[in-house]
Design a protein around this ligand. Structure first.
Ligand code: PEP
Ligand code: MN
Length: 266
């Protein structure tokens, strides 16, 4: 049974001329200088199509940095104005949606810890009713395809047609070289159920370290995924969150250069 989603092709709502399509930026917006410097360096590579930054961070345990909050939206606005890059932010509730839209954020994404919660996804979907904004839905933390599909359906049901999925891997109790197991078959199943749905791979959260990112990125492209979301930071060694998996803008450019995108079958 195919999934009945009413969606618009990716190239109608995102500039897809850069191949591979790369969304990049820091795990977290930390300071205005960090965000702007990173954004300018990314823009200068010519490889990045969208600037991402976490403003509200879902931390597993309390007491850690939980995001810079609304002020970060002002920095993103400035980064967009100065670099021309469209921006993307994670939203986890109706207030985030309202603030992100008011600040002119171009693309919203739903994080893995929100996709697991239908109440949370429905709240976001309801806040988006009548709004024409692209939304990317990360897979839930656990390998449950139905939850991922359910979140996409809730958004689509609220009228969001600029829709995509982000494959960021699945948490596992087993020890592994990955932070989150790729379990490629789930992303492949989603694509089979809904061939029109763009799927973007997030090698940063799959790998949890910089070293494996090139391998996972190439594998995602070989599986015909439409793009990559890769965390980058002007100085990853001092990043406030996800330091081990962020790459410098220069490393990102080198990675993008080395990736090969398959020609579409004619
Ligand atoms: C993030 O993108 O920084 C993030 C928190 O990701 P995830 O929801 O995949 O854990
Ligand atoms: Mn992160």
């Amino acid at each position: 049974m195919k999934l009945q989603l009413n969606i618009q092709p990716l190239n109608t709502w995102l500039d897809t001329k850069n191949e591979p399509l790369i969304i990049s930026g820091p795990c977290s917006a930390e300071t205005e200088e960090q965000l702007l410097t990173t954004a300018h360096l990314l823009a200068a590579t010519g490889k990045v199509s969208v600037l991402r930054a976490g403003i509200w961070k879902p931390r597993t345990r309390p007491g850690e940095f939980e995001g810079i909050g609304s002020i970060g939206l002002e920095w993103l606005k400035r980064a967009k104005l100065e670099t021309g890059l469209p921006t993307a932010v994670e939203v986890a509730n109706a207030k985030h949606v309202e603030e992100a839209l008011a600040a002119g954020v171009d693309i919203l994404w739903i994080g893995a810890r929100s996709t697991v919660n239908p109440f949370c996804v429905q709240e976001i979907a309801d806040a988006l009713r009548g709004v024409d904004v692209p939304v990317l839905v990360k897979n839930p933390v656990n390998p449950d395809l139905q939850l991922w599909i359910g979140a996409l359906e809730r958004l689509n049901g609220a009228g969001i047609t600029k829709l995509g999925a982000i494959h960021r891997g699945f948490s596992s109790f087993e020890k592994s070289s990955f932070r989150n197991e790729p379990m490629w078959e789930l992303a492949i199943q989603l694509k089979t159920l809904c061939p029109d749905l763009p799927i973007i791979n997030d090698p940063s959260h799959i790998c949890g370290n910089r070293e494996l990112i090139p391998y996972i990125s190439q594998k995602a492209l070989d599986l015909d995924m439409q793009g990559l979301m890769i965390e980058s930071h002007v100085d990853p060694s001092v990043a406030w969150t996800d330091a081990k998996q962020q790459v410098t803008p220069a490393a990102l450019a080198e990675l993008a250069e080395r990736l090969t995108v398959r020609e579409p079958e004619s």
